[in-house]
Design a protein around this ligand. Sequence first.
Ligand SMILES: [Zn+2]
Length: 198
Amino acid sequence: MLYPTPIAKLIDSFSKLPGIGIKTATRLAFYTIGMSDDDVNEFAKNLLAAKRELSYCSICGNLTDEDPCAICQDESRDQTTILIVEDSRDVSAMENIQEYHGLYHVLHGLISPMNGIGPDDINLKSLITRLMDSEVEEVIVATNATADGEATSMYISRVLKPAGIKVTRLARGLAVGSDIEYADEVTLLRAIENRTEL
Ligand SMILES: [Zn+2]
């Protein structure tokens, strides 16, 4: 169907979002046009501000609007433990259960031999640098229970163990292939409590 250019462009923008097909994109575009001027302005402003004001913490890689992020700056947190996650959404999931009080390291991806993604393609080198001269005693690998999550966890364990750092992995409370981001609080809590040494 042929639409006036402005709405065609809007449909195109929406359709670039994950999980949004052309049908949903069209519905969202028409909905947006029906919104009040104030709401549309607010929406556009939030999009731009999120993109402009957020960056990745230079220490842990978490998404933040200040550098270092609030977690890295918080000296009351346990400085001897680092929990390693795939992305910032996993940090939020962990913080929500309020049971973990250590530090984080965000990988922004996983090692994936199948897709040719190696250790240098994710935020791993900064972890090694970070661990030198640090008080860190334990690294908890909290990557998802997928093949790539396993490959990443194996690699981290192989690199860190010779340095005398205890490397643990979240317990198998999480179903294979499941996402930490979507795990319920009880499951996540149990997975941390029952973590196993690699
Ligand atoms: Zn940080």
